[in-house]
Write a protein that binds this ligand. Sequence first.
Ligand code: ZN
Length: 398
Amino acid sequence: MLARVTSGSAYLREKLAAAGVTPRTIGHPEDLAELPFTTKEELRETGMLRYAAVTPDRIVRVHSSSGTTGRRTICAYTARDVDDWADMQARCYRYAGLTADDRIQVAVGYGLWTAGIGFQTGAERLGAMAVPTGPGNTELQLEMLRELRSTALSATASYLLLLAELVEKRGLRPELALRVAITGGERWGEATRARIESLLGIETFDLYGLTELWGPGTGAECSRHDGIHVWSDHYHVEIIDPETLEPVPPGVAGEIVVTTLNKEATPLIRYRTRDLSYRYPDPCPCGSPYPRIGRIQGRSDDQVKVRGVIFVPMQVDTVLADLPGAGPEFQAHIDRDANGRDSLTIRVEATGEPGLGEVLERRLRDRIGLRVDLDLLEPGTLPRSEGKTRRVFDHRDL
Ligand code: ZN
């Protein structure tokens, strides 16, 4: 891969030469530590055409990530990249128990986004029926679910929750044939998952992927729902401490760093995803040859420090998952008073069950390691989003 990349991209050749690396110096996985990291900022600033490891005539498609700050990151695909991606996404569907007999409704974004077309081409590669509804338009989603009797649905977790609550409210469940939902693209907790599964009577599968790593389909859960299998025939994964940049042992949380093994147009060497996860030490009892990482716990740039303690939204999810009367929707608000003292307020939907507030407050304090102020709200008060749900609101002037 390094030989291909250095012959194809002057930019990457110079970058590796500057780091004193030639393809020959890398012979073992441990040698990878000699390679320089790749960051999202670097991809954005370099520009796709300068970064690409193939000539523009070999590029058959481009996609772009959401670009919430500044310039978008553009990623390119050769015909083989597109083909490999469809294979990987089809593999994700197989891990979710889907076959050519299934009807997969794709309720995620099309266009420059990777999600829609990734889920779609994977469904077609599997031989299933793809139903490309795109994101939002809830009435259309319900109409297709009933009319075509879609058996699987790809959507963000927050949109699945919105649909599930509507199906429940309108009593539509007997008219649906839905049995599986595949979701990714945002960090979602066990509490949300349990609610979606019980409202719709389905099984949900978590999926991992990023635009820079092709798109969705980098890895998926198997039916054991214990971690995400990463397709190690296409990706080499390291987990590092985001501050020291050293590898961390299995089971310890750190940042996912990915090297693509076959990607032709925009290959990645030690790409810092900013996603936080951990490595499983053992093979999965399902018999899969692909190694596992934990479900995404948050992003290293999402984590905030409150009074010196690291806070990630996943900590609230895990507490809510064990308390049936609370959640799954919540918001975390961080404020600073006139004396410079920070406070963390968790706003969460809860039933009026007596004593629930005290239990919740104690468990949150134990899990986060910080006293929290609790704001209990009526169920259904917090906004449901069709895309990614914002959880953390930092009101401090930092
Ligand atoms: Zn497994």
